[in-house]
Design a protein around this ligand. Structure first.
Ligand SMILES: [Zn+2]
Length: 475
């Protein structure tokens, strides 16, 4: 009889175990890939599949646009809001022409008014007319923001409960407006100088001007106000996280404001994010094709670069390249994503739909891959706002170039979508992405999240892994 030393026997045993377990995983993957391929053209079957598909998280998620209109109606009635029956504007104080929503909600006219408000605050039953889909979309926010601000906690509970119900473990929500309006702005001449420096792409003058205003901001009321904002977020956050769900926040800046305001808010956002473990980024929102954004995009990327140097621990995603042909002049296409990567130093790119207009697309993809910078893909949002869908969307190009992908909803309340819907669209329209690729996308939401506590990130990853084990037994 051949005698095998104990240690070697142990190695053989472990090796055999590994081979068997790898082969079991391989078989499992094959089975899941085959099953998904068999239902790609069956929308109802895809919905049933992705309804229970475990979802790591949603990293591109605007809080105000995520709350459904039904919830805003409930809050508005509870908080005694008034509505103008013609303009459908709402406010919390009575005024001529405004009626009480609470009173109206028990009157015969309520079903019609309710439907009108739902359509004003979302894309429900949207009919293209003079208003473009994009204009209708952004107008919706003007309608419900006063309601959101009157009771953010109810909105937070709404998105939290929906995420849990949908099997989403983590949201990184672009949260509340920053309370920076009381911080004095420099004189108009300073703003004019800043705009000129941006238009001349003068990095030296831009830097000098930003330096001057930065010192003024940091020695003024900004730090105390930002600390107050962090305390408010902290207080709102109580009771949100649980064993099966985590919520984190991104501060945001409105990119269509004048450069002095954008910079003031950006410094506020970075300072606040650096000090709070709950606030994990500083995003920039509002239409990218707005004339001010088009004029100042270069300058805004310089501001990001500046703030990144001053607050190096703050990571941030940037909405970049949410553009397409016809929306802006051709020369405005194809450089925003690159500038967000190369100049701003973004850790994630939001949208990136115009990336195919970048003359060096392959090299940019290579850079994103090498630096592990994912793109946040928002299929429903791009389809509604930009009319970019199916093979016009660069999601497959990103994927085939090895750029990491995360899938997100953008504004599920306004767009009336869900993360489940986004996975359905991804699987239905892009057979180039296998089940294994889509599973990786779900894990990417944890991997590329900005969660600061390593133990929370690891806990979510393990939970997602356990959920996939259970899920894959079902099919
Ligand atoms: Zn967005």
């Amino acid at each position: 009889m051949i005698r095998i030393p104990i240690l070697r026997r142990l190695f053989i045993f472990i090796g055999l175990g590994l081979v068997l377990s790898c082969s079991k995983d391989y078989q499992q993957d094959r089975k899941m890939n085959r099953y998904l391929d068999s239902i790609r053209s069956d929308r109802a079957a895809l919905q049933a599949f992705f309804r229970t598909f475990p979802k790591g998280g949603d990293l591109h998620h605007h809080f105000d646009g995520a709350v459904y209109a039904e919830t805003y109606l409930d809050i508005a009635i509870r908080q005694n809001f008034f509505v103008d029956l013609n303009s459908l504007n709402v406010q919390q104080s009575p005024a001529p022409g405004f009626v009480s929503l609470k009173d109206y909600s028990v009157s015969p006219g309520w079903p019609v008014l309710r439907e009108k408000l739902m359509q004003r605050w979302s894309v429900r039953n949207f009919q293209p007319g003079f208003l473009t889909p994009e204009a209708h979309f952004f107008n919706a926010f003007m309608g419900f923001i006063p309601i959101m601000m009157s009771d953010p906690k109810s909105g937070m509970m709404d998105i939290r409960n929906r995420a849990i119900n949908e099997g989403v473990l983590y949201l990184e929500s672009i949260f509340l407006p920053l309370p920076s309006f009381s911080i004095p702005l420099p004189p108009d001449s300073f703003n004019t100088q800043l705009i000129a420096a941006g238009q001349n792409k003068d990095t030296v003058i831009t830097r000098q001007l930003l330096d001057i205003y930065f010192k003024e901001l940091m020695s003024g009321s900004l730090p105390a106000l930002a600390d107050g904002h962090n305390r408010a977020v902290d207080s709102l956050h109580q009771g949100i996280d649980s064993e099966e769900f985590v919520l984190r926040y991104q501060n945001y800046i409105v990119r269509v404001f004048q450069p002095v305001s954008v910079f003031r808010d950006m410094v506020f956002g970075f300072y606040s994010a650096e000090k709070s473990p709950l606030i994990v980024g500083v995003n920039i929102v509002a239409p990218e094709d707005d004339p001010v954004t088009i004029r100042d995009y270069w300058l805004q990327m310089q501001m990001y670069k500046f703030c990144k140097e001053k607050f190096p621990s703050v990571r941030f995603a940037v909405h970049a390249g949410e553009l397409t042909t016809g929306l802006v002049k051709p020369e405005e296409l194809g450089w925003h994503v690159r500038a967000a990567v190369e100049v701003a130093g973004a850790s994630r790119i939001g949208h990136g739909t115009d990336v195919s207009w970048d003359a060096g697309r392959a090299e940019l993809f290579e850079k994103m891959k090498a630096n592990d910078i994912p793109v946040e893909i928002n299929l429903s949002s791009n389809e509604f706002l930009l009319r970019v869908s199916h093979d016009q969307h660069p999601v497959v190009a990103f994927h085939q170039a090895g750029v990491p992908i995360v899938l997100s909803t953008d504004d599920p309340g306004v767009l009336r979508n869900s993360l489940t819907d986004e996975f359905v669209l991804l699987a239905e329209r892009y057979p180039e992405l296998s089940y294994s690729d889509i599973k990786q996308i779900s894990f990417n939401a944890i991997k590329y999240s900005h969660i600061e506590e390593a133990e929370i990130k690891e806990k979510l990853r393990r939970l997602l892994e356990a959920r996939f084990k259970e899920f894959e037994k079902m099919w």
